[in-house]
Design a protein around this ligand. Structure first.
Ligand code: SF4
Length: 348
């Protein structure tokens, strides 16, 4: 069976590898707490997980084995290679199409990249979090922005595809610093990014900081606003945004102490991106004074354009005093919106 057809679904086979002996002390990380509760992943479990996904996928699907958990290349070499051995076996059989993993920028060097290349790894994701030195230091990341640039250069030289994860709202962060981080990420030209606003989790140093009053997480509104400014920066640079906000799970919800955690966070950000675009057009075209507007959005984007519980419509009415707003899906390119003035309910 040959997996990897262009018509099928993209299926990630997630394999969580907690970093038990991690020598770092990132203030937001709860892996120490989580990994205390579980044993190292056995290769048999990895095999089982892959087999389970294979039984529910079709030959058209593009399957990707994804090792995640933070710092795959920081675990003992023999263990890392044992995990990769299993993955490579499925890659060579042609039943999966790709292997990806996530790691820290300072756990990248020529030796490790050479190993990853030999095992057929395709995509390396770097947990960067911020490119601001003060934010990195206050978050006790243990690496600098320079380390990130160096790691990206090596990864690129080896010919891997790479992604970058950022975490707005860490200690000392501001909107300005986050935007600078976004712009520096664009300069590093990854093919993809993930945006995870910082959340205070149980058992982390950030929880202690939060309780002591030395750290205040972003509010949900701030996080949505910050992310909605970042998203167009990445889209303009043709960088794929593969995730905005943490995946919801009951386990995670139990672990959240404070911060902008919401199951529909990504959709809230997408809706705000559209709202910002609509407001931009209103201001540019001088549509502030009319009694109403008609918005045209692309096919499939009606609910995003209205916003959750019509929050976008309410915001527009409140800001510009419109009495009525019509929204229609039209034959437009994804991301494209048009706004027309309405007078007495009709377009002129
Ligand atoms: S987030 Fe930091 S502390 Fe946690 S596993 Fe990764 S490197 Fe270690």
């Amino acid at each position: 069976m040959d997996h990897g057809g262009a018509q099928g679904r993209h299926i990630n086979i997630p394999i969580f590898i907690p970093h038990m002996g991690c020598p770092n002390t990132c203030v937001f990380c709860d892996q120490r707490r989580i990994s205390g509760a579980c044993d190292p992943v056995a290769t048999d479990n990895i095999r089982e997980t892959i087999e389970k996904y294979l039984t529910t996928s079709s030959s058209e699907d593009y399957l990707e084995i994804a090792f995640f958990g933070g710092s795959f290349t920081g675990i003992p070499r023999y263990q890392m290679m044992a995990y990769l051995d299993v993955a490579r076996e499925y890659l060579e059989k042609g039943v999966v199409s790709s292997i990806r993993l996530s790691t820290r920028p300072d756990y990248i060097d020529h030796e490790v990249l050479d190993i990853l290349g030999r095992y057929g790894v395709k995509i390396i994701e770097l947990g960067v979090q911020s490119m601001d030195e003060d934010v990195l230091a206050r978050s006790k990341r243990g690496h600098t922005g320079e380390d990130v640039i160096k790691a990206v250069k090596q990864i690129r030289d080896f010919g891997f595809e790479y992604g970058i994860q950022i975490m707005p709202g860490l200690p000392g962060d501001t909107l300005e610093k986050t935007l600078e981080t976004a712009n520096k990420v664009v300069e590093m030209a990854p093919s993809q990014v993930r945006i995870y606003p910082a959340i205070v989790l149980k058992g982390t140093e950030m929880e202690e900081m939060y309780k002591a009053g030395s750290y205040t997480p972003l509010t949900l509104e701030e996080a949505v606003r910050w992310c909605a400014v970042m998203v167009p920066i990445f889209r303009k640079a043709a960088i794929r945004i593969i995730r905005i906000g943490l995946h919801y799970s009951e386990l995670l919800e139990d672990a959240v102490v404070a911060g902008p955690f919401h199951p529909a966070f990504g959709e809230m950000v997408e809706a705000r991106v559209i709202l910002n675009r609509i407001m931009g057009i209103i201001e540019e075209d001088g549509l502030m004074g009319c009694s109403g507007i008609e918005i045209h959005t692309w096919k499939g984007a009606l609910s995003k354009t209205l916003g959750h519980k019509k929050v976008n419509i309410k915001a527009l009415k409140e800001k510009y005093g419109y009495s009525y707003i019509k929204v229609r899906e039209e034959d437009l390119l994804p991301g494209q919106v048009r706004v027309f003035a309405l007078y007495g309910g009709d377009r002129l």
